[in-house]
Ligand binder design. Structure first.
Ligand SMILES: C[S@@+](CC[C@H](N)C(=O)[O-])C[C@H]1O[C@@H](n2cnc3c(N)ncnc32)[C@H](O)[C@@H]1O
Length: 379
């Protein structure tokens, strides 16, 4: 898979030079990955302290609890082995050798008196592990069937008259590609596909799984050990999740598969992307917008005449309650469709699809989204 790289990223660091600032941003994320083990072990240690503080007769009632905490420590080690390999494979994103860069970051942070990793970034590391279940584990299959299969089926229907060897000429774009499974499955179906993503948590992890992992079920991870809430069974919680379920290599030679780093609204409004795409697939993406109207405008411009926009997702506006002071325009489903029509889309197919997002299938809590699915054509 080819990988291109752009410096269109929004970040908080303020260095004199934008390239350097981009590099600091990458390092911040690498540092978050690197702190995973220490952070997770500390967290688990809190449970141990609370156990020791229990009255003796309570301790006797949960004779296996300490042993479970011990097991969780081992799971954290295993997760760290996996994360370490992701970080190793990410050095290609950095301009200078990793160690040298990390020194730079340390001194930068010390001079700004910042803690090494924000709680939000730590949370993103844990979410990245869960995202692997959605995209690359056998137990994520039900979620993928509900969400990705209708999209692939729609592509197959749209291009049913096109001979397989010609499908590589069809250019499909997947903005907000996450860990890349949908983009990969589209490419595996014979279409040329470009994923686009602006989070380096996702970009590092997808680069690793798509380019470095060579064997089915090569890794065992434990994404559900960080919270003990809503767990039905200790044994289930401590069961390893094997990834990947398929080896993400071996694509048909006729397809072009790539991942592009950067902000969708900045990249796909550039001349080379105007009227360039046959299909744009948005999956759990539209509600990541600060301004969903702008997203629709960019999609419309980037599509070829008569190009198709396939969408599936809820409208959980990411910036609605953000503390960052970012603006946020939150439209109802009705309004989104109305605006899409006014921009120049014609709706061809519409339905609702119920599905979870990065769920723990063995847990006691799962949010089910009633997602809007549609295919619309650029008029
Ligand atoms: C809710 S996730 C969905 C990921 C994937 N499509 C899936 O279904 O698993 C949304 C993704 O969009 C990415 N994203 C959000 N805003 C973006 C933007 N402006 N440009 C590129 N990617 C963006 C986020 O980093 C995140 O990975």
């Amino acid at each position: 898979m080819s990988h291109s790289h752009s410096n269109h990223h929004v970040h908080e660091e303020t260095a004199e030079n934008p390239v350097e600032s981009e590099q600091f941003h990458l390092l911040k994320i690498i540092t978050a990955f690197a702190y995973y083990k220490r952070h997770a072990l500390n967290h688990n240690h809190r449970r141990r302290r609370d156990y020791y503080a229990l009255p003796e007769h309570h301790k006797k009632l949960i004779p296996d609890y300490l042993e479970k905490l011990q097991q969780v420590d081992l799971c954290i080690e295993k997760n760290m082995d996996f994360i370490r390999d992701i970080v190793k494979s990410s050095s290609m994103f950095l301009d200078a050798p990793l160690a040298q860069q990390q020194e730079k970051l340390k001194s930068h942070q010390q001079s700004h008196q910042k803690p090494p990793v924000s709680p939000m970034d730590m949370d993103k590391v844990r979410s990245t592990l869960k995202q692997f279940v959605r995209d690359w584990a056998k137990i994520g299959e039900a979620e993928r069937k509900a969400t990705y299969d209708p999209i692939i089926e729609e592509l197959n229907t749209l291009y049913k008259d096109l001979p397989t060897e010609k499908r590589g000429d069809v250019r499909v774009l997947v903005p907000g590609a996450g860990l890349g499974r949908l983009a990969f499955d589209i490419a595996r179906s014979g279409f040329s596909c470009q994923g686009n993503e602006f989070s380096y948590f996702m970009l590092f992890a997808s680069h690793f799984i798509l380019n470095r992992v060579r064997e089915q079920e090569q890794y065992e991870i434990y994404p559900f050990i960080h919270s003990f809430s809503n767990i039905k069974s200790d044994q289930k919680q401590l069961t390893p999740i094997k990834i990947p379920d398929v080896v993400p290599a071996d694509l048909p030679s006729t397809v072009d598969f790539s991942m592009v780093a950067g902000d969708f609204t900045e990249i796909y409004i550039q001349d080379s992307n105007i009227g360039a795409w046959d299909v744009i697939v948005t999956c759990f993406f539209m509600d990541t917008a600060k301004n969903i109207i702008e997203y629709m405008e960019v999609i419309h411009k980037a599509l070829k005449p008569n190009g198709k926009w396939i969408n599936i997702g809820p409208l959980l506006y990411h910036f609605e309650d953000s503390s960052s002071g970012d603006s946020s325009i939150e439209l109802s489903l009705e309004s989104v469709k109305k605006v899409a029509q006014d921009i120049g889309f014609e709706f061809e197919k519409e339905k609702m699809i119920s599905t979870t997002y990065t769920s723990n299938p063995d847990g006691m809590l799962n949010y089910v989204y009633d997602c809007a699915f549609w295919t619309a054509q650029k008029k």
